[in-house]
Design a protein around this ligand. Structure first.
Ligand SMILES: Nc1ncnc2c1ncn2[C@@H]1O[C@H](COP(=O)(O)OP(=O)(O)OP(=O)(O)O)[C@@H](O)[C@H]1O
Ligand SMILES: C[C@H](N)[C@H](N)CCCCCC(=O)O
Ligand SMILES: [Mg+2]
Length: 247
């Protein structure tokens, strides 16, 4: 008899999707999103894919297309290859606020096509990690910001806190904005980006007491090395309620 036939099949984990925001630009959203994709794959999600709905700052490729470095990193960490229209619906050459970069490119950012792209990814992937642009309230146009995008996607949010002097205010303001918009904060990450920061531990302890979400990772400043895997268990336990969108 085939011995493996009697082994209990490992139940596939429930589908997962989240929106990653940060206390600012350059705080480690991509670093975390890549690590989360890898951790979700390790946890049993076979088809994992990253999405950067709006990317500002891109290099022209030989084929004439534009490639943003975050998108390249997310694709490298994904196990599902998808068209650019799905994992990066909006790519803007100018490395600036998306609303300004879009104006410079002569395009206007609207939410429905981005939501449709995300739902298409959710329909074919086991896990989708969506990385926002900059911090939560980064303007996408004169009327839309990243919070509106997070609301339209309707995904739980993970906040990456770039640990440097001033991060407490940014983190608590972001948490306040998420609550005001009815967005669920599913977890947060303490990411050291200023190695000489004074009282860093006291900052993390304060946020652990004040943020209504589990700390998923506390990373040191470690250039040139991949970060340790984040703790995905709190996400997968709460993630059971994040069903695939209806077909
Ligand atoms: N803990 C860390 N140790 C070493 N380098 C780090 C750490 N966190 C972030 N970095 C580096 O800092 C830079 C910014 O990080 P990252 O690109 O993840 O930020 P981001 O929030 O995604 O930025 P953006 O707003 O442009 O998307 C990257 O070069 C990244 O490798
Ligand atoms: C270009 C950068 N890497 C990000 N993609 C966009 C950051 C926009 C920040 C806008 C702001 O908060 O002032
Ligand atoms: Mg990034």
């Amino acid at each position: 008899m085939n011995e493996t036939a009697s082994l209990p099949l490992r139940a596939a984990p429930p589908p997962f999707a989240c929106f990653v925001t940060g206390t600012d630009t350059g705080v480690g959203k991509s670093r975390f999103s890549v690590a989360l994709l890898q951790a979700l794959h390790q946890a049993g999600h076979a088809r994992v894919v990253g999405m950067k709905p709006v990317a500002a700052g891109a290099e022209r490729q030989a084929d004439g297309s534009w490639l943003n470095e975050d998108v390249a990193a997310l694709r490298a960490a994904s196990t599902l290859a998808v068209p650019a229209a799905l994992d990066n619906p909006v790519v803007l050459p100018m490395p600036a606020s998306p609303h300004a970069a879009a104006a410079a490119a002569g395009v206007s950012i609207t939410l429905p096509p981005i939501v449709d792209a995300c739902r298409a990814l959710q329909a074919q992937a086991d896990a989708v990690v969506v990385e926002g642009a900059g911090g939560l309230r980064v303007p996408l146009s004169d009327t839309l910001d990243g919070g509106d995008l997070a609301q339209a996607l309707g995904l739980p949010v993970i906040l990456v806190v770039g640990l440097r002097l001033g991060c407490l205010n940014h983190a608590l303001l972001t948490a306040e904005a998420l609550a005001a918009r009815g967005l669920h904060l599913a977890g947060w990450v303490a990411n050291v980006i200023e190695p000489g920061m004074l009282a860093a531990a006291a900052n993390v302890e304060h946020l652990q007491a004040r943020l209504p979400a589990p700390l998923l990772a506390h990373w040191p400043w470690a250039p040139g090395t991949p970060p340790p895997a984040p703790d995905v268990r709190p996400l997968l336990q709460s993630g059971a309620g994040w069903p695939r969108p209806s077909a």
